[in-house]
Write a protein that binds this ligand. Sequence first.
Ligand SMILES: Cc1cc2nc3c(=O)[nH]c(=O)nc-3n(C[C@H](O)[C@H](O)[C@H](O)COP(=O)(O)O)c2cc1C
Length: 318
Amino acid sequence: MLKIGNIILDVPFFQASLSGYSDYAMRAIARDFGAPLTFAGVMLAKSVLHPRLFRNPLFKPGEDEHPVGAQLLGEDPETMAKAANLLRKTGYDLIDLNFACPTPKVVRRKRGGFLLNDPDKVIAIYNAVREAVDCPVTMKLRMSFDNQSYDNFWDICSRAVAGKVDALIVHPRTVCQRFTGSANWAFLTEVKKQFPGTIIIGSGDLFSAETIKNNIKNTGVDGAAIARGAIGNPWIFSQLRDGKDFVPPTLTQQGQVISKHFDLFSKLYGDKKAARYFRKFSVAYCKHHPQRKKAQEALFSAKTTEEFLAIVKQWYGL
Ligand SMILES: Cc1cc2nc3c(=O)[nH]c(=O)nc-3n(C[C@H](O)[C@H](O)[C@H](O)COP(=O)(O)O)c2cc1C
């Protein structure tokens, strides 16, 4: 069980925020396979407040997908608070604040992971958002901006904990590291030791159910946020729930999931764009196919939803 504020999850894991991936379609599939909570990709607070975005149907969570979290990126406490309030009214159940994103464009604009250099700003944003919404507020952090000093991380955590943050989601790499090296899960043991009364969620290099279980057990963290390990691999959630030995999905099961995912996806993006936009998912799903490269090429050749679904039928024996 995992309790984040008033949100109670029956299992200690969920689907992380994944920009460019975790739209309604991916979230629905993750939920089908047992993710008890999912997150939309990060949203820039300034854009959330733009009336055009608010009218975009992609922006709203589905009525059938609660609890679902939104994540905000920004540097101005007031704008973040207003955006959080709007997201809450739109139907999101939880607001996560991004102080982790390492993308150069984001860091240059002094947002995301850059803010680990500025604990006062982070706490001002947290306090403003906390005040603005009536739902759990969590923070996504990396363990430091660079490897010079971890003092800011500990300072931010202490003050957020004092301010009753509902959970700290920590990816134990530095911002400067981006995705190189490996996630330092030993660091998470320290975080949990320092803040035993706060929900600590680990993120980083979680590609199999076994790793996730072991990492939770070995570090004492309260749960795990599954990110890249869930792309094209929703089975990771059912494997974690079953707790049995990993049984790979059959070709038919793979084909059924790809078809369902694509069907939801094409409803979001339209027939013309869906086949092209879905390629990133095809790459990931095809990793399970015995003829990975050929299956991927075949899926890439589809131009319309009809073509795509016919190719899935052919390659997955549906
Ligand atoms: C394509 C991609 C998009 C991501 N988007 C977000 C995001 O929107 N918000 C966020 O907090 N983290 C984001 N992340 C980071 C992940 O949530 C996660 O913390 C990180 O990938 C480490 O976990 P993993 O190694 O298990 O993937 C993203 C990562 C990737 C690879």
